[in-house]
Design a protein around this ligand. Structure first.
Ligand SMILES: Cc1ncc(COP(=O)(O)O)c(C=O)c1O
Length: 372
């Protein structure tokens, strides 16, 4: 049997292990937040924003941010139908209404024209998810947001190391969120970050994140409101801090793996993650969309992967296809419904070898040869 090719796998070295050992041995009492602060500061330097807050997950960060924006029952939030469910679940929990709209065919991210069509009097935010490392049309989205007075939020869970106009994804929106789940380019096992330049919003989020206890409150255990508990542990932050000290190495490796795929797949009838002139793609998840003309059988490809001990992963389903009554599409969302069934994520991790990429590409070629 050939060796297993996992679809993702973190790169954890002695650097992270040493910080974790230190956190486990010494990170208590007066030092219980040391690595959280170090991790947050390192991340803030990368992103170039005023405030960040490490959280238990990206989902938690999104929940805090939306609650911080005072999203209330009946408010509408516009976001892409092609999305991971984590982006939409905090909206539903806050009893607001997700308005699921279509994406662009080339970036697979939010279509600004569809955003404009979906705006109503009740629209309170637009969430721009940078899918698989690809970037949303931030310029257009921010212009729309400004014109209609609607904040644009960035879900940058998958966009660490992606840049738009020379600035990191996640540094544009009223707030942004990142994920450090074990599958991500930089991990803390589970974890996230909330980031913003808006001090007022940050202070509200800080209070919400601490069970409603305001910073500087003199009375012990005094909550001014009911809040949340979405905190990151110091030990997790020690891993994250170690990963951040290796930031360039980790991003460069993901980009290298992508370049190997790009070379091997270049003459095949498919599209792969784009990198338009104004963008740099962190290539979290190399993804192929097979051309429409091909009678592509996705299940057959996944079977070939399985036979070759390779993890395969399908493109996200349109959320409105899941049959959940709160997740309803705004209009036809033709592009989303067209793309997903032709999309497959390819394995990518920092220590992946060129030979392993060749193995994956060969399976893809076999599958396409059978179907053309
Ligand atoms: C686009 C997107 N948003 C949000 C999340 C949620 O991240 P977490 O699992 O850290 O809550 C993910 C995680 O995979 C994601 O891919």
């Amino acid at each position: 049997m050939k060796s297993k090719i996992f679809y993702v796998k973190p790169s954890v070295t002695q650097v992270e292990i040493d910080f974790v050992l230190d956190a486990a041995a010494n990170g208590w009492g007066e030092h219980c937040y040391d690595y959280i602060e170090r991790f947050e500061n390192k991340f803030k330097d990368y992103l170039g924003v005023k405030h960040v807050l490490a959280t238990s997950s990206c989902t938690g960060a999104m929940h805090l941010g939306l609650a911080g924006l005072k999203i209330s029952p009946g408010d509408e939030i516009i976001l892409a139908d092609l999305n991971w469910i984590a982006t939409v679940s905090p909206i539903v929990h806050l009893m607001a209404k997700p308005v699921l709209i279509d994406v662009l065919p080339d970036s697979w991210c939010l279509d600004p024209f569809a955003v404009k069509r979906a705006i109503s009097k009740r629209t309170k935010a637009i969430i721009a998810t940078h899918l698989y490392g690809n970037l949303c049309e931030l310029h257009e989205l921010l212009q729309i947001g400004q014109k209609y007075g609607i904040p644009v939020i960035e879900d940058a869970a998958e966009a660490l190391g992606s840049y738009y106009d020379g600035r990191p994804a996640g540094s544009f929106g009223v707030f942004s969120t990142f994920s450090f789940h074990g599958s991500k380019t930089i991990t803390t096992g589970e974890g996230g970050i909330f980031a913003t330049n808006n001090t007022e919003l940050f202070n509200r989020v800080l209070t919400l994140s601490n069970h409603g206890r305001k910073q500087g409150e003199k009375r012990q255990f005094w909550s001014e409101r009911v809040g949340y508990k979405f905190k990151m542990a110091n030990i997790q932050a020690a891993i994250g801090y170690g990963q951040m000290t290796r930031f360039n190495e980790l991003i460069d490796k993901k980009r290298l793996v992508f370049s190997w795929y790009k070379e091997r797949l270049k003459n095949l009838p498919l599209m792969i993650n784009p990198e338009p002139a104004k963008c740099k793609n962190g290539y979290w998840m190399p993804t192929v969309i097979i051309d429409k003309e091909i009678n592509f059988d996705r299940e057959a490809l996944l079977t070939i992967f399985k036979e070759n001990n390779i993890d395969g992963r399908v493109f996200f389903w349109p959320l409105s296809l899941l049959g959940i009554d709160t997740l309803v599409k705004y209009e036809d969302n033709k592009i989303s419904y067209d793309l997903y069934s032709r999309g497959v994520n390819l394995p990518s991790y920092h220590d992946m070898t060129e030979k392993e990429v060749t193995r994956v590409a060969e399976c893809l070629k076999i599958s396409l040869n059978r179907q053309t």
